[in-house]
Write a protein that binds this ligand. Structure first.
Ligand code: FNR
Length: 394
């Protein structure tokens, strides 16, 4: 007998049993240009797809007959205490998807015991996020051409007691996200010939968005054209620093004076340069496949990067993580933690803060269950012995 469950339409939060379900739920709620802005990747989206599917290239190998009555998932990463080894990646424009925006996400992260990352392109200010959520906070810096503006952002983060500064380096030019061209996405959202049908089909979002008063980008210091970005590509070309050097990184790091990480590295050579510059950590990331298409899945890169620099800095894996088993595979390769981006945005878009909480609750349960299933009583017990390339037998 079939269960006869609706598996394509996720209208209620309790119909979502894993992170992929939230993508379907968000698709139901968001105007299509916004859904595709979150979901899309660059060019042919090969790297985006590979990020998740490449986790299947590795098998978990259990080690049984061990005491797993209590599974300890706590870990300190970049000097920050996590209840379990996940952090939320920075995402711009979060307030466009739901009026509770970054505050709701930061609060959900704090109650789940994970770190929240606030983007330079966020719709809520550094100060308002600090006031809204007590948990560990990372500020993600996009280096702007205007260095006074960069220093101003860093000083605001110091004053607001952020824990970690994260410099994203894979966005010196904007990736080619063709879904956005097709759907007529603009920032902030404005009606045009291409997107009018997509918005008209989601009146609930339109009313909520208008009631929320639209968006601004309060972390970018004045003078950087933070209203009416038009297309993201044009904004990036005009404002992003396209000459980030390691000596510039070292100067920023000294000015910050607390844990400092670089996000977006994809090679052993760059990992070695990062270690030489003395950063606290790196995030192996391809921006969820939204920037360079044709690069490797991060799960295929992380083990070699850990082997090269893992004794000198902490390595975190980002991009494509959708299951607790993915988190555990990354840990087995030596990553200290994982970051997730799209899944929490889907939870927020569909259901607000409770959606983000459920996304995190499900991923946490999956991670804990997977640890138990491979016979590990703590995250520190997970090692290379627990992972095998899929074309070899354990
Ligand atoms: C992002 N990402 C991102 N990264 C960053 O450093 N600064 C930013 O402002 C943004 N903005 C942003 C917006 C949206 C809508 C998405 C989906 C992503 C990338 C993000 O931090 C992270 O690297 C990816 O989302 C990770 O991949 P998954 O988990 O989405 O597959």
């Amino acid at each position: 007998a079939t269960l006869d469950l609706p598996d394509d339409v996720m209208t209620r939060i309790n119909d979502c049993f894993n992170l992929l379900d939230f993508e379907k739920a968000a698709r139901e709620r968001l105007p299509s240009p916004l859904f595709h802005y979150i979901s899309g990747g660059a060019d042919d989206e090969t790297t985006k797809s590979a990020n998740t599917s490449s986790f299947d290239r590795y098998h978990l190998t259990p080690a049984f007959l061990r005491d797993i009555r209590k599974v300890d998932m706590r870990r300190t990463v970049f000097g920050v205490d996590l209840a379990w080894p996940v952090m939320l990646s920075p995402t711009g424009l979060t307030g466009v998807f739901h009026p509770d925006g970054e505050r709701a996400v930061a609060q959900a992260a704090a109650s789940s015991g994970v770190a929240y990352s606030l983007s330079t392109m966020a719709t809520t200010s550094i100060e308002d996020v600090a006031a809204a959520a007590r948990g560990p906070k990372i500020y993600q810096l996009y280096l702007l051409k205007d260095d006074a503006a960069n220093i101003e952002m860093i000083d605001r983060c110091k004053a607001a007691n952020f824990d970690v500064l994260c410099l994203t380096v894979d966005t010196v030019v904007a990736g080619n996200r063709e879904r956005d061209h097709r759907t007529g996405l603009t920032v902030p959202p404005r009606l045009n010939r291409r997107n009018i049908v997509g918005f008209a089909r989601r009146p609930a979002w339109c009313l909520r968005y208008l009631a929320g008063g639209g968006v601004s980008l309060p972390n970018i210091p004045a003078g950087d054209g933070n209203q009416n970005l038009g297309t993201l590509a044009a904004y990036f070309a005009a404002n992003m620093e396209q000459n980030i050097t390691w000596s510039r990184v070292e100067r920023l790091m000294r000015h910050w004076g607390k844990p400092f990480i670089v996000k977006g590295l994809q090679s052993v050579a760059d990992a070695r340069n990062a270690a030489a510059s003395g950063v606290t950590g790196i995030v192996v990331s391809n921006h969820g496949g939204r920037q360079l298409d044709g690069g490797a899945a991060t799960v295929d890169l992380v083990a070699n990067m850990v082997d090269a620099v893992g004794d000198r800095l902490e390595v975190v894996l980002d991009s494509g993580v959708r299951r607790g088993s993915h988190v555990v595979k990354a840990l087995a390769m030596g990553a200290r933690a994982c970051m997730i981006g799209r899944p929490y945005l889907y939870g927020l878009s569909a259901f607000g803060k409770p959606g983000v909480e459920r996304v995190l609750g499900l991923l946490r349960q999956e991670t804990e269950r997977t640890l138990g299933l491979i016979g590990c009583a703590s995250v520190d017990e997970v090692s290379r012995r627990h992972i095998t390339p899929a074309d070899r037998l354990p």
